[in-house]
Design a protein around this ligand. Structure first.
Ligand code: SF4
Length: 405
């Protein structure tokens, strides 16, 4: 049985994080998952990420119980199922946090911050809570779908970051401290560079970390970046994975092909998908999703500009051309034989198969693709039988082509 020993430590860390939110000892800021968490942490806020909660609802397959509650309140069943599952769960006052971490519910916010670098949905989603809690809300609205991030975009976003400061000061009761901000960015940079190294261990032919395991081990880089805890965790995980590479111990030693996963995970089917690829000797070794928390441009000596640049240049916020360039580089780096696009029905923003990218990528890189229809949380949009057939056929075609080559 292949096991990543650091998993137990990761569970402990995530448990401590949630329990500390539940204690209510610190002021709480809610933040989007690729939002300005470092700036918020520099004010001493504990940061809570509703998207992480959405993923939890998906992974525990409770999302389906809650989405109808949000629909009753006027939200379409076709918008972001993180949003509808999260709002529905709130309306029902039920969350896996109660069972798993003994919390009363989601923590009450003192400040809500969002960044539409990923989608406009987060603005609507977070505004629901700002209205409910009568809580101050601040938003960053960067330009979208960029070929590259220029100084103009950076200047604009820096201005918006700075505009957040009075609201942060008021809600936290603390004055802005540039040195604290620099220190938080430094901690975040260290953690994110470790996370990048963790992901890159799977460039080894006998890869130690699958995409599916990556979605679990990315917990701390999402919710604890800017803390020493995240650095310590990824130091431990990296040492273990590097050791596995050195000893040629991969999660699928008999792999016959290497797959790239593009788009959101199908949270409620993570295990089923992992087993399906493994049973067919296909190693899913890399993804855009897990790579979305690599912010290698962070620089504590230039905290505003570097965080503005990094958060504006995330994969989801780039143009199709810029995305294709990144994917082509990843294909080479991870020696990819095929790419699976998850066409997530309630997340248009993170579904890249709609405008011909799979075909264009095949033309420019030679890497074949498959589009799997599904969703991050709403399993009504996922047909298990059909997806299994499509994936098995796709893997077989890749394997046949490799034998003939
Ligand atoms: S990126 Fe997609 S899944 Fe994430 S919050 Fe926006 S719509 Fe929802």
């Amino acid at each position: 049985m292949y096991k990543i020993e650091a998993t137990d430590l990761m569970k402990e860390i995530m448990g401590n994080y949630f329990r500390s939110l539940g204690k209510g000892e610190k002021k709480i800021a809610w933040c989007t998952s690729v939002g300005p968490a470092e700036l918020l942490r520099s004010f001493g806020f504990e940061v809570y990420f509703p998207e992480n909660h959405g993923a939890l609802l998906g992974a525990t397959r409770t999302a389906m119980d809650y989405i109808p509650e949000a629909i009753k309140c006027g939200y379409s069943g076709h918008v972001c199922s993180y949003t509808t599952a999260d709002i529905g769960s709130f309306l029902k006052n039920q969350t896996p946090l109660q069972k798993h971490y003994n919390m009363d519910g989601v923590p009450t916010p003192d400040l809500i911050a969002y960044n539409t670098n990923q989608c406009r949905e987060v603005e609507d989603w977070f505004t629901f809570y700002a209205d409910h809690f009568k809580c101050p809300i601040v938003g960053i609205q960067p330009p979208r779908y960029l070929n590259e991030v220029t100084q103009d975009e950076v200047d604009l976003v820096v201005k918006q970051f700075k505009k957040m400061i009075p609201a942060c000061e008021k809600a936290s009761g603390q004055k802005f401290d540039l040195d604290k901000f620099k220190e938080t960015v430094r901690l975040s940079k260290e953690a994110t560079l470790l996370w990048q190294k963790v992901l890159k261990t799977s460039t080894a032919m006998n890869a130690p970390l699958s995409f599916f395991d990556g979605t679990i081990h990315m917990g701390p880089i999402v919710v604890l970046r800017g803390t020493q805890v995240a650095i310590d965790y990824y130091t431990t995980l990296l040492a273990e994975l590097e050791d596995k590479v050195k000893n040629n111990k991969g999660f699928l030693p008999q792999a016959t092909c290497r797959i790239f996963w593009e788009g959101m995970p199908i949270w409620g089917k993570l295990r089923m998908m992992s087993d399906l690829f493994n049973q067919n000797q296909a190693a899913v070794v890399a993804s855009t999703y897990c790579s979305s928390w690599v912010f290698d441009q962070f620089d504590e000596n230039d905290p505003f500009e570097s965080t503005a640049r990094a958060y504006t240049g995330i994969f989801i916020n780039l143009s199709e051309k810029a995305k294709m360039k990144m994917l082509s580089q990843w294909f080479k780096e991870y020696k990819i034989d095929g790419i699976v696009f998850h066409d997530s029905k309630t997340c248009f923003n993170n579904s890249n198969a709609k405008f011909g990218m799979p075909l264009r990528l095949k033309e420019t890189t030679g890497v074949p693709s498959l589009v799997v229809e599904g969703d991050l949380c709403d399993l009504r949009f996922f047909s298990e039988g059909q997806s299994i057939t499509k994936i098995e056929t796709f893997i077989e075609q890749i394997q046949d082509a490799k034998v003939l080559a």
